[in-house]
Design a protein around this ligand. Structure first.
Ligand SMILES: [Zn+2]
Length: 279
């Protein structure tokens, strides 16, 4: 399931294909994946900045100067869900299965939104501030201020594993990076977020930003279906310390990594390196 590093990897790889390029048309192929009633206006457009908030990638479309197309800019939000991804196709390539939206570029390429499991969502909006998809989401995990993170964690009396994946508290982290961040910070996933000291919260913030940045540099993690826009897998899964490593030696203490099922997902951790009680 794509998390913040995979969505940021998509953003970085789409930038040279989209921003500043002429766009001929935007064609939705399926309508039940959209939030809100607004749909993309008729082109042509100029590709504007690509933004990201948490696991949502935001493509901006600018009116063409002196062109005959739409006169208003709009934003296309894509939330990746379980299996959503953007892929670049050549002009004559057949449309891949599960393509739900196509953007036709003047240079001959197409950008396709592909989502086999269809848990992802799309939205067209005149402003991201008025987005339905982003309403109620917390600050982006990579950009959050340390003091705000501490205040938000202290206000919630839930296990850290739940707090880190609560998109209204902090936006962008899922099951993989939650496990890796808590291991790196030496914090038990079962600790209450309310019980964190300021020093522990700072440790968590450093782990969070260091790991997300390293994962982006490696092109994200590929566990099941995630692929970069050119179809190749990410490389960060080779650096996972605990995720997917049940029974293998913990890279710090050598004891076997533990796995338990929690809320239908696997939770990975080391009981020795992530003690519930602080020494
Ligand atoms: Zn350990």
């Amino acid at each position: 399931m794509p998390e913040l590093p995979e969505v940021e990897t998509s953003r970085l790889s789409l930038l040279p294909l989209f921003t500043g390029k002429r766009i001929l048309s935007v064609t939705p192929l399926r309508h039940d994946l959209w939030r809100g009633s607004l749909r993309p206006a008729a082109g042509p457009f100029e590709g504007g900045p690509l933004l990201r908030h948490g696991k949502t990638l935001i493509l901006s479309f600018l009116p063409e100067k002196g062109g005959g197309g739409s006169s208003c800019p709009f934003f296309l939000l894509s939330r990746f869900g379980m299996s959503g991804r953007w892929e670049r196709l050549s002009l004559d390539a057949p449309r891949p299965p599960h393509t739900h939206l196509e953007i036709e570029m003047e240079d001959g390429g197409r950008l396709a939104w592909i989502d086999p499991r269809r848990f992802g969502r799309l939205e067209a909006t005149p402003s991201p501030d008025r987005s339905l998809l982003l309403s109620g989401t917390g600050p982006d995990a990579l950009a959050i201020d340390g003091k705000i993170l501490f205040d938000r964690l202290r206000r919630h009396a839930v296990p850290l594993r739940t707090a880190l994946m609560d998109q209204s508290l902090l936006s962008g982290i899922g099951n993989i990076y939650m496990a890796e961040i808590l291991f790196d910070a030496g914090l038990s996933p079962f600790r209450s977020s309310h019980s964190l000291s300021r020093a522990e919260s700072l440790r968590l913030e450093i782990s969070l930003k260091t790991l997300l940045t390293a994962a982006i540099a490696a092109g994200g993690s590929t566990i099941h279906s995630y692929r970069k826009e050119d179809g190749t897998p990410g490389g960060y899964q080779k650096h996972h310390a605990v995720y997917g490593r049940e029974g293998l030696p913990c890279p710090r203490c050598g004891l076997p990594v533990q796995r338990i099922a929690a809320n239908g997902r696997s939770l990975y951790f080391c009981t020795f390196c992530q003690p519930i009680r602080t020494p």
